[in-house]
Design a binder for this molecule. Structure first.
Ligand code: 13P
Length: 251
């Protein structure tokens, strides 16, 4: 089974509702003839239902940037998987390094969030990646190993059928520094064999593994041509539809 590439835009804390809708509408026009690539955008929670309604019926999928793992209750400021699904999302980004860094996300909370996403039928995009210090100390593979095995603890391969992994080296996010083709290739191959060891060869074969970190129109083709890279998770370069479309059309 071949893996359809996924090009996903993480809009982080950018754009008001009207701005998000405008960008989404422009993007949907630019994407009308796109085939063989799945496109997803993840606006803020506030913009998500507006964007979903404005591009309903187009080829663009919607994702959320986070969720809270409880189903409902007295959790001021939080949003559940069911609420995200009802607002029109198909995907949810979980464990982004910015959440790990600024909002005390841990592998344990990541694991609970993945469970909640799966139970609600949302496709989780699990973000993992090493910091610059960890890479310098040659801890990259052990860091990834822990993030994947603890983040996905307790699941069987069937439950993870819709999982997407996103390798985002922290030192490459928003810095303009992209990991080299060799670095990305090595890590993605490692992640695929890790999925095989932890779960099954079938899951390792079907799971899409995205690269994220300073993906731009200029480097998208090289990155996407690497074996075991099945798409991109794009931050800054996804905010402008005319720029993002160049990455979507990387071929
Ligand atoms: P940049 O593309 O801005 O480096 O961000 C990557 C990212 O964090 C996507 O989730």
């Amino acid at each position: 089974m071949s893996r359809t590439p996924l090009i996903a835009g993480n809009w982080k804390m950018y754009k008001t509702g009207p701005e998000a809708v405008e960008t989404a509408l422009t993007l949907s026009r630019l994407c009308s003839k796109i085939q063989d690539v799945e496109v997803m955008i993840a606006p803020t929670f506030l913009s998500l239902p507006l964007v979903a309604a404005s591009i309903e019926g187009t080829r663009i999928k919607i994702g959320a940037q986070n969720l809270y793992f409880e189903k409902q209750g007295a959790f001021t400021g939080e949003v559940s998987a069911a609420m995200i699904k009802a607002a029109g999302a198909e995907y949810v980004i979980i464990g982004h390094s910015e959440r790990r860094l600024y909002f005390e996300e841990t592998d344990t909370s990541v694991c609970r969030k993945i469970k909640s996403a799966i139970e609600e039928g949302l496709k989780p995009i699990l973000c993992i990646g090493e910091s610059e210090t960890q890479r310098d100390e040659e801890k990259t593979f052990s860091v990834l190993d822990k993030q994947v095995s603890d983040g996905l603890k307790g699941f069987g391969p069937d439950e993870l059928a819709q999982l997407v992994l996103a390798y985002e080296p922290v030192w490459a996010i928003g810095t303009g520094k992209t990991a080299s083709v060799d670095q990305v290739g090595q890590v993605h191959q490692y992640l695929r064999s890790l999925l095989e060891n932890l779960f099954s060869s079938n899951l390792a074969h079907t799971t899409r593994i995205l690269y994220g970190g300073s993906v731009k129109p200029e480097n998208a083709k090289d990155l996407m041509s690497i074996k075991d890279v099945d798409g991109a998770l794009v931050g800054g370069a996804s905010l402008d539809a005319n720029n993002f479309i160049k990455i979507i059309k990387y071929k």
